[in-house]
Design a protein around this ligand. Structure first.
Ligand code: 13P
Length: 283
């Protein structure tokens, strides 16, 4: 069942759990994510990002993912992640994505507000949800011994941003980073708690890979309602494919891809159970 992000997040808010956005780049990964969600009766969010389009176009992904989401027996939002160019974000909205992230987190507060407010009108007119980011979640490779270098979200700034833009979901920077961490992830849980108490919009945590399940579970207890995972799934699938190829260099390509899919399913079961989204599907 295809739904928008706002619908998924209002269920998560009421139930006090977090739903994963699992980025996917192939048909098999997408099928794996839906298979895990159906098995565990979990709502789920799927989708590519602007930087994840190496082998296919946005319309290709829309055709594949929207069709799979409509046929799924659980609620699925199809999300365009980290759109940096307004043209691509608008294209995703017009293609029928039910959720988009317009990432203006590197711009000034005023410019971020101006652009997001404008995009919110376009998204909402199409029944699509909009996610934005305040503060900035960086890359794991730039991590320092003391954690994220800078850019952590200020609670009061986040409150003003949410009120002035009408976003449906707000990504916050509380110490996670995208990709593989250099060093140990350090989350600022006091900051997250304060943001949650100050901001009246569901919160999103980017950079879930490598953050550690205990940290992620604690973050979901402190108000995170959408958790983004990308790198871990790509690594999991790649390593499984590598093992299969080592075992049988002549393996059929379609069978190889199926092994990658199965690895994704195994990883997702852990996430859906730990974040308590399992059993929460309402369709
Ligand atoms: P990771 O690749 O660190 O899991 O981050 C995913 C993400 O935040 C996508 O928006």
């Amino acid at each position: 069942m295809l739904v928008n992000l706002k619908t998924i997040l209002s269920g998560a808010r009421e139930g006090g759990y977090a739903v994963g956005l699992f980025n996917c780049v192939t048909l098999e990964m997408t099928r794996g994510i839906i298979a895990a969600a159906e098995e565990l009766r979990s709502p789920v969010i799927i989708g590519p990002g602007e930087s994840l389009l190496p082998g296919a176009s946005l319309p290709d992904y829309a055709d594949m993912m929207l069709g799979i989401a409509r046929r799924a027996s659980v609620p699925v939002a199809v999300h365009f992640d980290h759109g940096f160019t307004p043209e691509l974000v608008e294209e995703a909205i017009s293609l029928g994505f039910t959720s988009v992230m317009y990432d203006c987190s590197m711009l000034s507060f005023e410019e971020n507000v101006r652009r997001i407010r404008e995009m919110a009108k376009k998204a909402h007119a199409a029944g699509c949800s909009l996610e934005a980011e305040i503060g900035h979640v960086g890359q794991g490779e730039d991590y320092t011994e003391n954690g994220a270098a800078d850019g952590l979200t200020e609670p009061e700034t986040a409150r003003r941003f949410a009120e002035e833009t009408q976003v449906d979901a707000l990504a916050v920077a509380v110490g996670t980073a995208h990709g593989v961490y250099k060093g140990t992830p350090r989350l600022d849980f006091d900051r997250l708690k304060e943001i949650h108490e100050t901001v009246d919009v569901p919160l999103v945590l980017h950079g879930g890979s490598g953050t550690g399940m205990d940290n992620l579970v604690r973050a979901s207890r402190l108000g995170i309602r959408k958790l983004n995972i990308n790198t871990e799934l790509l690594i999991e699938a790649r390593e499984q494919v590598r093992r299969e190829l080592q075992e049988d260099p002549e393996i059929d390509y379609s069978v190889l891809l199926k092994h990658g899919k199965d690895a994704v399913v195994r990883r997702l079961r852990t996430y859906m159970q730990a974040l308590h989204s399992s059993g929460k599907a309402w369709s």
